[in-house]
Design a protein around this ligand. Structure first.
Ligand code: C2E
Ligand code: MG
Ligand code: MG
Length: 948
């Protein structure tokens, strides 16, 4: 607004400036015109004077042959000059009467002169013709014989005198007249016509000469020149006067222009400064730490700065034209806004805190100051300058909480300065020590020392604080009353930005109550609450002690890692209570088996660890391991269930398998896994399995690669049958490998190797194709088989395009995908679950059946089952094996069957070897069975033979 006013004033000045310039140009033009005009008139007058002079000269040239043409032209020239002069004078000085009179005079005199000149000319002509006549008479007279010589001489004299007179040669008229009288006298005496004519003509010429002289004088006496001169003078004066006037005006305008230029220049400087200020102001607002918002008088947003955008999340475009209400959180009392509006309406500014909402809905606190902006007493804007105080408020809250914690906590808190003198203590401190705050303020903390710990202890404590900025430990202090007060203390050094220590804080926990129950706590810390065996912490401590001892005494010892087989399924099917009871039984049995000096601990879950001291040989360890496995097998009765628990045991020996806790534990663990791999219910020494396995693996690995080319791979088929009526339903395809050197190699051995070296992919396609081909043969031979179950390794599923490839094989043998059941292992589901499940779904969508093989041995939980895209569950052989044990009530098998049925899966029991097992399964309504009891895996022709 301020600038607008300036601009207005400036533009007025600019217009004025332009006008003045125009005026200057105009007056210069006027001066120029005046000068030109004056010069023209001056020239005209001078010319007229010259012409007038010519007229006068003309009038003096009597008796001479005069140029009438020239004089006529001059007269016309004079006239036209006069007319021009008159016109311009009248045009430029219309009011000047004196000038006009002067002109009128000149005109009149000129006209008179012209008349006179005409008269002069006529006189001159008649004079000349008179002369001619006289000369003719004189010649006739002089030739006449009648006339006397005397008379002739008088005539000649008269003519001569007349001539002289006419030329003005100072001859008086009387003198000529006297001569004429003489002639007259002669004439009377002697009547002669010639003389008479001569006389008369002479008399006429004499009069003409007189008139001629008179008119010549009149012409010469004309005052035209005088008038022209005075006109010239007059015009000159007028010109001087006019020029002076114009110069004055031009000078005035010039000065005015200069003044305006100076004013404009200063205004420019000022507006430049204003503009710079405005720009600086704008910059300051844009880069201010505060959020700035400006609204018009109707409270519509017209400006916001960057900080506003940052704090609110709105961009400028989004809020322009909007009411600031968009930020309102509605969390504040409306009265605040009412008061704010009232104040602003009164033209006062308002300050206060607002809780607003960002664009994303989150809240923030602002300290706002809003003021109305007036210009020329008119309200034009509202300006709001706001500071985001969210952090400050949050920190304040934290501080308040901290203060509340400080005061209300059970721990004594001491804050000391850099010299360890007390600055502040909380209520818990005064309660604990009996000192009031005033009694300890400014005191050294050593007043609390009991003297039980020596100066070395405190020295070490301060060293630790200096180096690590923190000390944790037990300190024995005394209360004001002198009572011993053991505390657990955490002392921290607080440093400022330049890393200088400014404070120490100490948090102390009263240990008196804890120490009395320390024994109890100790027990809890080192024992497993469920089995009362030692826990993992104790085990690790014990193992490191055992290591020290063994190293010192050069003794051997063994670490046994015991893992219960398929324990998870007990927990899942029968609940944790029963699982816990089983674990308690197992732990009791383990304790019972082991010597007093052996150490036994629960590692976690269903895993136990044992340290056997001072073992002379590995065979002794093996004996113990076998004993463990055997003893655990005896049925365990929990509630009305009976369980037969098997375990896999991994063993590592000191010093052969490691000389530190970590590697001994790790090696025992991996030995345990290989025991599980080799069929569970087993034990395994770390060294043995490692060296043996690697060697064997290498041989199998190389031989496997040529197996297909050498036609060493064949397929056998094991029937799956209806337990209810003992009719064959389908077959499971099982691979067989017979190598020249290695003999028959179990798929359990070579399949994992083929999986490791990638050969499984090629082998898998062969198995699938061969199985389909054979299946078709069996069907054609008349066996009524619903489908063939084919084992597919998880590695095969990583092959892109597997589904399409298998589909095309199925098609080639004119089979329906539903005639193929793909067997996958539980482990497959456990790794990469999400994508594997999707994969399986796509197989099922194409019509393939899917079954989970060896169910119960992996770690998939039962509850997880219902999410799986499968058709069949195959209960692992190990569960079926349990059925043979009469004492066991086979709760797990029952539970699996029930669960599978409720989830609508069909159930296949694998590895049925006895009649009892089959009977049990029939009673529990297991649909399908597979096992040596019904049939071993057979070659195709054997199978056709047997079941046709
Ligand atoms: P699996 O898929 O669980 O196959 C069943 C295994 O149990 C077969 O052993 C079979 O001979 C055996 N079996 C069946 N009934 C009884 C019984 O009553 N008593 C006993 N003691 N055993 C019985 P096999 O053929 O040695 O196969 C072992 C494992 O090797 C299979 O377990 C499977 O995981 C894998 N395998 C076998 N053939 C293939 C195959 O073609 N492809 C893939 N990927 N894996 C295969
Ligand atoms: Mg199978
Ligand atoms: Mg199986």
């Amino acid at each position: 607004m301020k600038t607008l006013r300036h601009i207005d004033f400036i533009s007025i000045l600019l217009v004025l400036f332009v006008f003045l310039l125009l005026f200057i140009f105009y007056s210069m033009y006027k001066i120029q015109e005046g000068v030109e005009n004056y010069h023209n008139n001056h020239d005209r007058i001078v010319n007229m004077q010259l012409l007038n002079k010519g007229f006068d000269d003309f009038a003096s040239s009597q008796n001479e042959l005069v140029n009438y043409y020239q004089i006529n032209q001059d007269i016309e020239k004079f006239r036209s000059l006069f007319i021009k002069l008159q016109e311009t004078v009248k045009a430029h000085h219309p009011e000047e009467d004196a000038l006009l009179t002067q002109l009128e005079w000149i005109r009149k005199l000129f006209e008179e002169k012209v008349n006179d000149l005409e008269y002069y000319k006529s006189l001159n002509s008649s004079l000349l013709s008179g002369y001619h006549f006289l000369f003719d008479l004189q010649r006739s007279i002089s030739e006449s014989k009648d006339i006397s010589a005397n008379t002739k001489s008088i005539v000649n004299e008269t003519l001569f005198l007349l001539f002289q007179y006419s030329r003005g040669n100072y001859i008086e008229r009387e003198y000529v007249e006297n001569k004429l009288d003489d002639i007259h006298h002669v004439m009377r005496k002697n009547k002669n016509l010639l003389i008479e004519n001569f006389y008369k003509q002479s008399k006429v010429s004499l009069d003409t000469i007189s008139s001629f002289r008179q008119i010549s004088n009149t012409i010469k006496e004309s005052t035209i020149d005088k008038h022209l001169h005075s006109l010239k003078l007059y015009l000159h004066n007028r010109y001087d006067y006019y020029i002076l006037g114009q110069q004055l005006i031009a000078t005035f305008f010039f000065i005015a222009t200069i003044v305006i230029s100076i004013i404009l220049f200063f205004l420019y400087l000022r507006s430049n400064k204003n503009q710079k200020e405005l720009r600086a102001f704008n910059y300051a607002i844009q880069h201010s730490d505060n959020s700035v918002m400006m609204t018009d008088s109707d409270k519509n947003i017209v400006f916001v700065n960057e900080v506003f955008e940052k704090t609110t999340g709105y961009t400028e475009e989004e809020v322009l034209g909007k009411n600031p209400r968009i930020l309102k959180s509605n969390l504040q009392d409306e009265r605040i806004y009412k008061e704010m509006y009232k104040k602003l309406e009164r033209g006062e500014s308002w300050e206060g805190e607002l809780i607003n909402r960002r664009k994303d809905g989150s809240l923030f606190y602002e300290r706002a100051s809003i003021m109305p902006v007036f210009l020329n007493k008119k309200l034009i804007n509202y300006l709001a300058i706001k500071l985001d105080i969210t952090k400050y408020i949050e920190q304040n809250n934290i501080l308040r909480q901290a203060a509340s914690v400080f005061e209300n906590t059970e721990e004594a808190i001491i804050i000391a300065d850099a010299n360890a003198n007390v600055v502040s203590v909380n209520q818990a401190f005064t309660k604990m020590y009996g000192y009031t705050i005033d009694e300890v303020l400014g005191k050294d903390l050593s007043i609390l020392h009991s003297g039980i710990q020596d100066t070395n202890f405190y020295q070490r404590m301060w060293d630790e604080i200096d180096h690590k900025d923190v000390f944790k430990g037990k300190i024995v202090n005394t209360t004001k009353d002198g009572d011993i007060l053991p505390v657990w203390v955490t002392i921290k050094a607080v440093r400022d930005q330049s890393k200088r220590i400014v404070n120490y804080t100490a948090v102390q926990t009263d240990l008196r109550a804890i120490e009395t129950s320390e024994a109890k706590a100790d027990y809890l810390a080192y024992h497993d609450p469920l089995t009362s065996l030692y826990n993992r912490v104790s085990f690790e401590e014990f193992l490191s002690n055992a290591l020290l001892m063994a190293k010192r005494n050069k003794e051997k010892f063994a670490v046994l890692f015991i893992d219960l087989d398929r324990f998870k399924i007990i927990n899942d099917t029968l609940g944790h209570d029963i699982g816990d009871q089983v674990l308690i039984h197992v732990s009791k049995r383990l304790k019972h088996i082991l010597r007093e000096s052996d150490f036994i601990a629960r590692w976690g879950g269903d895993e136990f660890v044992v340290i056997l001291h001072d073992v002379a040989s590995e065979s002794l360890v093996a004996t113990v391991a076998r004993k463990i496995i055997d003893e655990l097998k005896a049925p365990i009765n929990v509630k009305h269930h009976s369980f037969s628990i098997t375990a896999s045991v991994g063993i590592s020996m000191y010093p052969e398998n490691g000389d530190d806790t970590k590697s001994l534990i790790k090696n025992a663990d991996s030995a345990m896994y290989s025991a599980k791999d080799s069929g569970k219910n087993n034990f395994c020494f770390y060294t043995d399995q490692l060296s043996l396995q690697t060697e064997e693996r290498l041989i199998i690995d190389t031989a496997l690669h040529n197996a297909l080319d050498n036609n060493e791979i064949t397929m056998v088929f094991q029937p799956q049958y209806s337990i209810a009526n003992r009719e064959i339903i389908s077959v499971e395809a099982l691979v067989r490998w017979e190598n020249e050197k290695l003999g028959v190699v179990s798929p359990e051995k070579f399949i994992p190797i083929a999986e490791d070296n990638g050969f499984i992919v090629e082998l898998g396609y062969f198995i699938f194709e061969e199985s389909c081909k054979r299946f078709k043969e069996m069907q054609k031979a008349g066996l009524s088989l619903q489908r063939v179950a084919i084992n597919v390794s998880s590695i095969q599923f990583r092959e892109p395009g597997l589904l399409e490839a298998l589909l095309s094989i199925v098609k080639r043998y004119e089979m329906d995908p539903s005639e193929v059941e793909i067997e996958i292992t539980e482990r497959f589901l456990m790794d990469n679950t999400e994508s594997n499940i999707k994969n399986l779904q796509s197989f099922r969508l194409e019509g393939f059946k899917v079954s989970i093989d060896d169910f119960g041995t992996g770690y998939s939980s039962m509850s997880y089952l219902k999410q799986l895209p499968i058709d069949t569950i195959k209960i692992d052989k190990s569960f079926i094996d349990d059925i043979s044990q009469k004492s066991s009530d086979n709760a797990i098998v029952k539970a699996i069957i029930v669960l599978a049925k409720t989830l609508n899966y069909s159930v296949v029991a694998e590895g049925i070897e006895t009649k009892e097992q089959e009977e049990f399964l029939r009673q529990n309504r297991c649909d399908i069975g597979q096992g040596f009891f019904f049939s071993e895996p057979l070659q195709v022709n054997e199978l056709i033979e047997k079941f046709k």
